[in-house]
Ligand binder design. Structure first.
Ligand code: ADP
Ligand code: MG
Length: 338
C-alpha cells in the first residue's frame, strides 16, 4: 500500500464531481443557477444530443471580473458567502463553490464573461486544466459552453440513460427553474428545436401554460395563505385535472425548487377524498419563509432541505388547498377567473 498523501486538486474535483455532476441535467442546473444568482433577466440554454455533445448557457447577468475568472474554477471558491453566519441565511442558489470546478474536471469547457464597461475574458478549461485565457470583447454577461461531458470518466458515460431520458431530465429541471423565476426570460433549445420559451414578465400562470399547456393552466386555480412564519401561494389543479405521477408538482422554497415528501403528502391531503387513488394534482407552490428557518446545506445538489416547523407548514398548506378547492366547488367554472 502507498503512503497516505493528499490527492491532487484535479483528482479531488473529479471525485466530488460524482456528487454534483451526475448527468447532463445536473450541469444545466448548476450553470443556470449561476446565471440566476448573477441577476440575469434572460437565460438561453441550448443542448446538443441531450447535452452529451454540448451544453451552452448564455446569460446577461453581472459577469465575472477579469481578475477573478480563474478563481471561479477553483474548489470552494465562491462570491456568495463569506462567513459562518451566511451559511444559515443563504439567499442565493449556489454557495458551495463546487459546480464549476466539478464540471471542468469532467468536460471541455469554455467561458466568455464580462462585467459592465470592462473588457471581457475568454477562458478554456479541460479536465481541470486551464488551457488558454485571453481578453475578449463581449457584452455584459456570461456564456459557458460545455463540450464532451464525461470524456475522462468512461464509467459515468456508460451509466447514463438514453438520449431521450437525459433530455427529459434537462427539460424537467429547466421547467422548474423557469417556474421558480418568472421574472427571467428563459429559452431552451435541443438540437436547434425550441422546447421552452418564457416571457420573463413575472406571470406564473403564463409560465405554467408554457410548460403544461393552456388547457391544463385553465384548470388550475390560484391560492394564497400565510401565518406568522410562512407564506404559501401558487396554483393548484382542480380535482378533475390529475396525472398518474407526482412529477407535476413543484415546491419552490424561497425560489429554490425542492423535493419534499411531507409537503407532497400535505398537498394531497388538501384534496381530501377528491383525488382517485394513484392520481396526483398539478401544482406550483411558492413558499416564502425566513432563510433562517431552512437548512439548504444537506446535500450537494441542494434539492433536499431541512425546514424548521415543517409540521406547521404542512398544516398551512393542507388547509389552504382544502379551502381553495372547497370554494371552487361553490363557484361554477364559467364564472371563476380562469
Ligand atoms: P457557487 O455558485 O456555489 O458560488 P460555482 O462553482 O458554481 O460556485 O461558481 C463559482 C463562482 O463563479 C460564483 O460564486 C460566481 O462568483 C462565479 N460565477 C459562476 N457562474 C457565473 C455567471 N454565470 N455569472 C456570474 N458569475 C458567475
Ligand atoms: Mg453555482
Amino acid at each position: 500500500m502507498a503512503q497516505i498523501h493528499q490527492l491532487d486538486s484535479v483528482l479531488a474535483d473529479q471525485i466530488s464531481a460524482g456528487e454534483v455532476v451526475e448527468r447532463p441535467a445536473s450541469v444545466v442546473k448548476e450553470l443556470v443557477e449561476n446565471a440566476i444568482d448573477a441577476g440575469s433577466t434572460q437565460i438561453d440554454i441550448a443542448v446538443e444530443d441531450a447535452g452529451l455533445k454540448q451544453i451552452t448557457v448564455i446569460d446577461n447577468g453581472n459577469g465575472i471580473p477579469a481578475d477573478e475568472v480563474e478563481l471561479a474554477f477553483l474548489r470552494h471558491a465562491t462570491s456568495k458567502i463569506t462567513k459562518r453566519q451566511d451559511l444559515f441565511q443563504v439567499v442565493t442558489l449556489g454557495f458551495r463553490g463546487e459546480a464549476l470546478p466539478s464540471i471542468v474536471s469532467v468536460a471541455d469547457v469554455t467561458m466568455q464573461t464580462a462585467i459592465r464597461d470592462q473588457p471581457g475574458t475568454w477562458i478554456h478549461v479541460k479536465g481541470g486544466k486551464i488551457l488558454a485565457k485571453k481578453t475578449a470583447e463581449s457584452r455584459q454577461g456570461t456564456k459557458v459552453t460545455v463540450n464532451d461531458l464525461f470524456f475522462n470518466t468512461p464509467a459515468r458515460l456508460k451509466y447514463l440513460s438514453s438520449v431521450q431520458t437525459e433530455l427529459a431530465a434537462i427539460t424537467d429541471i429547466v421547467d422548474r427553474l423557469a417556474l421558480s423565476h418568472t421574472q427571467i426570460a428563459f429559452s431552451l433549445t435541443s438540437n436547434g428545436r425550441e422546447l421552452l420559451h418564457t416571457a420573463g414578465n413575472g406571470n406564473l400562470k403564463q409560465v405554467i401554460s408554457a410548460i403544461y399547456g393552456i388547457n391544463a393552466a385553465r384548470q388550475m386555480v390560484s391560492f394564497a395563505k400565510e401565518d406568522n412564519d410562512f407564506k404559501v401561494s401558487g396554483f393548484v389543479s382542480l380535482p378533475k385535472l390529475t396525472r398518474a405521477s407526482r412529477n407535476y408538482v413543484s415546491f419552490l422554497l424561497n425560489g429554490r425548487y425542492v423535493k419534499n415528501n411531507r409537503l407532497s403528502r400535505a398537498l394531497i391531503a388538501g384534496y381530501g377524498s377528491k383525488l382517485m387513488v394513484g392520481r396526483y394534482p398539478l401544482a406550483v407552490i411558492e413558499i416564502k419563509l425566513d432563510p433562517l428557518l431552512v437548512d439548504v446545506n444537506v446535500h450537494p445538489t441542494k434539492q433536499e432541505v431541512k425546514i424548521s416547523k415543517e409540521d406547521q407548514l404542512c398544516e398551512l398548506l393542507s388547509a389552504s388547498v382544502y379551502q381553495r378547492i372547497a370554494q371552487e366547488n361553490l363557484i361554477p367554472d364559467a364564472l371563476s377567473n380562469l
